[in-house]
Design a protein around this ligand. Sequence first.
Ligand SMILES: Nc1ncnc2c1ncn2[C@@H]1O[C@H](COP(=O)(O)OP(=O)(O)OP(=O)(O)O)[C@@H](O)[C@H]1O
Ligand SMILES: [Mg+2]
Length: 248
Amino acid sequence: MDLIKLNNVSYSIDRKAILRNINLQINRNDFIGVIGPNGGGKTTLIKILLGIIKPSEGKVLSENGLNVKYVPQFSNFEKTFPIKVIDVVLSGLERGNLKPFRRYSKEEKEYAMSLLEKLEIGDLKDRQIGGLSGGQMQKVLILRGIISKPDLILLDEPTASIDTKSKNTIYSYLKELNKDMAIFLVTHDMAVISSYVKTVGCLNIDFHYHNDKQLDQESLEKTFGCPIDLIAHGYPHRVLPKHWGDIE
Ligand SMILES: Nc1ncnc2c1ncn2[C@@H]1O[C@H](COP(=O)(O)OP(=O)(O)OP(=O)(O)O)[C@@H](O)[C@H]1O
Ligand SMILES: [Mg+2]
């Protein structure tokens, strides 16, 4: 069965449509990439999937007891809070963020350590988070998101501040994790879309999702309202409409 299903979901604020009539099914081995312009509703859609906000119309159906985790777009994690890197990762084992930190077992600590090493930040284990760079902090938050082995992880532009080498490390690891967990990724990075995700959707109030990786020019233009790089089957092509000149 699907992990989560959205049936005709709409969301509006003060009668302004933010999301309109969205249908989406997320299955266990999905790796969905979502692109769309600023303000297109991507973060709002993630909040609907998390259950933080309720749709104005339509239904969100999900499996009982589904473990869904979230890596936010901009870190709103209080970086002045005196806590070590490894403890932030371990805190991802809790449900909800408000509980005081408990003691963790040796196995849990070893597992957290192995995750830090996967993303090549093992040496940061005992550092206070206040001194981390943006990219290092982002890696820590990704690990906090996945340590509980969720059924579904929602990532909202997780690699915006990350260099190319680290980006490849992170996405290769996510690809490995995708054998056991569904991944829903918002990104503006077309290289990531072409190399790592399995299916791609375009969101700008309306959601164009074809359940494959083919992005047709019509969907892209409807979504962005302007010509953009088109990526189909992993190969980038620059496609410009005729009125932009004679360039093919
Ligand atoms: N609480 C709110 N009150 C009023 N408007 C809101 C609220 N939350 C979101 N919006 C509006 O909803 C629209 C979609 O916002 P959202 O954050 O989902 O966009 P996004 O696709 O994530 O954009 P970005 O690429 O910039 O992150 C925007 O026009 C935003 O201003
Ligand atoms: Mg957003």
